[in-house]
Design a binder for this molecule. Structure first.
Ligand code: FAD
Length: 505
């Protein structure tokens, strides 16, 4: 009887997606499964992607890579959240911090009590009640303290990283090769489909080498070499809701200590990121080419750097959207080959990680049961659409009408589920996370409030707490948060103590 298990996996592409997949498969799958990765140095990688969300820690844990090793090897820094400037109105600023806000009381989330207290002048801005949003602008950072009492904000500090993606890919490459992944340098020139069912049988390199496989992972970037060029899977375009279609990226010299947060500043036709690493600062302007020329965008970007640019800005073109099926026949598309949502909340690398986990959970046998494929695609679409809606919220919930771009975003129609969520929040501050969607209630609440969606009321159960107690509750939470931030070291000091002296990668 032939072995029903998949024993031969071919990964096309060696960017962040390809090497993350190779490293995870090498770690999790048994040694009898051959993993081969083909990449072309001449084509290169997209070369951007330096901001993350806290989930990456789980992926590194799976591989057995600890924080200090990771941050050292990637010249990384720590990230407590994203600071949004000029989004709701020119002059506005708020931080979307990772982690929780205050602490919940029984059935109700903290922010319900906060709404009532705020409406009666007994509470500060919502940011005063979360460790991350107070610590970030003050440049403080530390991971969870093992000696913090349970319930203290310091017992569970939520953080992510800024890192050099090229160094991460090299690090993962060496990890995967040490565990048996075979790398082939070369350009894929042709994809051979099997007669009958149209499954991919092999890829053929420019030098004529034919590489056969049972499962193909398409990590070839925007071009989608297998999923689109060979299988013509189709693409769902989201650009009517997320009109930015280009980015200019440039690093600049580091000036001052790195901030423990990403900065996302609204610009006339999009927004600009600022991501501090140990050795440089990454910057980019994500914009709509229908509203601004490349030259104007470059001038805007260069005019808002805080250090000298290290080279010319690099132009990247994209169409926001997702493949109609992330898994088609025996091809699973990961990373940019599967779709693209702009990096406003640094979600792309997370989506690679979650797609790898999904694939491992639904890992097929050689018969490729369609039930697995269908479930994978449904979960993948669910994830994309919920993150997409979270991004649209940032653009749509604005009072800005000072440029045609912002006016378009403000007045556009939005997906019905997002419109319902905004209506419910505006009514009484209620929000319900939908199943396993990526962003939890504190994220939605911070962004809705930061974008000036003001709840008119609050949950009636809040009134069970006497007014005097409510004021005391607010004061005690903000006091605890402020005292915790006092004991946190400066971000730079923490890095100097734990994470410098990069190892060779
Ligand atoms: P790529 O890096 O493009 O790699 C493609 C690979 O395929 C390369 O190795 C290439 O050589 C290979 N290849 C292609 N064609 C062939 C061929 N014919 N033969 C052989 N090999 C081939 N993500 C985040 O999480 N955070 C961020 O802050 C962030 N910022 C971003 C900013 C911008 C402007 C953009 C565009 C993306 C950003 N991303 C971010 C997304 C992130 O960069 C990508 O998700 C990540 O780099 C993965 O890319 P990839 O591996 O899918 O593709």
């Amino acid at each position: 009887m032939t072995d029903p298990r998949i024993r031969n996996i071919v990964i096309v592409g060696g960017g962040t997606a390809g090497w993350m997949a190779a490293a995870a498969f090498a770690k999790v799958l048994d040694a009898g499964c051959s993993i081969r990765l083909v990449e072309s140095e001449e084509i290169g990688t997209v070369g951007v992607g330096e901001g993350t969300v806290p989930h990456l820690k789980l992926f590194n844990n799976l591989l057995g890579i600890d924080d200090v090793e990771f941050v050292r090897n990637t010249q990384g820094t720590f990230k407590l959240g994203v600071q949004f400037n000029d989004w709701g109105r020119l002059g506005d600023s708020y931080v979307h911090g990772f982690g929780t806000i205050g602490h919940d009381v029984g059935l109700l989330p903290f922010h319900q009590y906060w709404i009532k207290a705020r409406q009666s002048g007994k509470a500060d801005e919502i940011g005063a009640y979360s460790l991350n949003t107070v610590a970030a602008p003050r440049g403080r950072f530390m991971p969870s303290a093992s000696d913090a009492p349970p319930g203290s904000p310091l017992a569970n500090v939520a953080y992510a990283y800024h890192f050099d993606a090229g160094r991460y890919a090299r690090f993962l490459r060496s990890y995967a090769e040490q565990r048996g992944v075979r790398r082939t340098e070369g350009k894929v020139a042709q994809t051979v489909l099997r007669a009958g069912d149209g499954f991919v049988e092999a890829i053929v390199l420019e030098n004529g080498e034919r590489i056969e496989g049972e499962l193909f992972i398409d990590c070839s970037g925007f071009r989608g070499l297998l999923i689109e060029q060979a299988l013509h899977t189709g693409y769902l375009d989201f650009s009517h809701w997320l009109p930015c279609d280009r980015a200019l990226a440039v690093a600049c010299e580091k000036v001052g200590p790195p901030t423990p947060y990403t900065r996302a500043s609204a610009r006339p036709a999009g927004w600009q990121w600022r991501i501090p690493l140990q050795h440089r600062t990454g910057n980019g302007y994500v914009y709509s080419s229908a509203h601004v020329s490349d030259d104007e965008a470059a001038a805007t970007l260069l005019g808002h750097l805080d250090g000298a640019p290290m080279g010319e800005p690099r132009l990247l073109r994209f169409t926001t959207g997702v493949r109609r099926q992330a898994w088609n026949r025996n091809v699973v598309a990961l990373g940019l080959a599967g779709g693209f949502l702009e990096p406003l909340e640094s979600t792309s690398i997370y989506m690679i990680q979650s797609a790898i986990a999904r694939l491992l959970n639904l890992f097929p046998r050689r018969d490729f049961s369609p039930v697995l494929t269908e479930r994978y695609n449904a979960q993948s679409r669910f994830e994309y659409e919920h993150i997409r809606d979270f991004l649209i919220l940032h653009y749509h919930a604005t009072e800005r009408d000072d440029t045609p771009f912002w006016n378009q975003c403000r007045t556009m129609s939005i997906p019905p589920q997002l419109a319902d969520n905004i209506r419910l929040f505006r009514d009484s501050g209620r929000f319900f996370r939908d199943g396993e969607e990526m962003f939890a209630t504190p994220s939605w609440v911070q962004v809705m409030l930061g974008q000036r969606i003001a709840p008119q009321g609050y949950h009636p159960l809040v009134d069970q707490m006497p007014d005097a107690e409510l004021a005391g509750f607010m004061a005690s939470v903000s006091h605890v948060v402020a005292s915790c931030v006092e004991v946190m070291p400066a971000h730079q000091a923490f890095i100097d103590r734990c994470c410098t002296a990069p190892a060779m990668v």
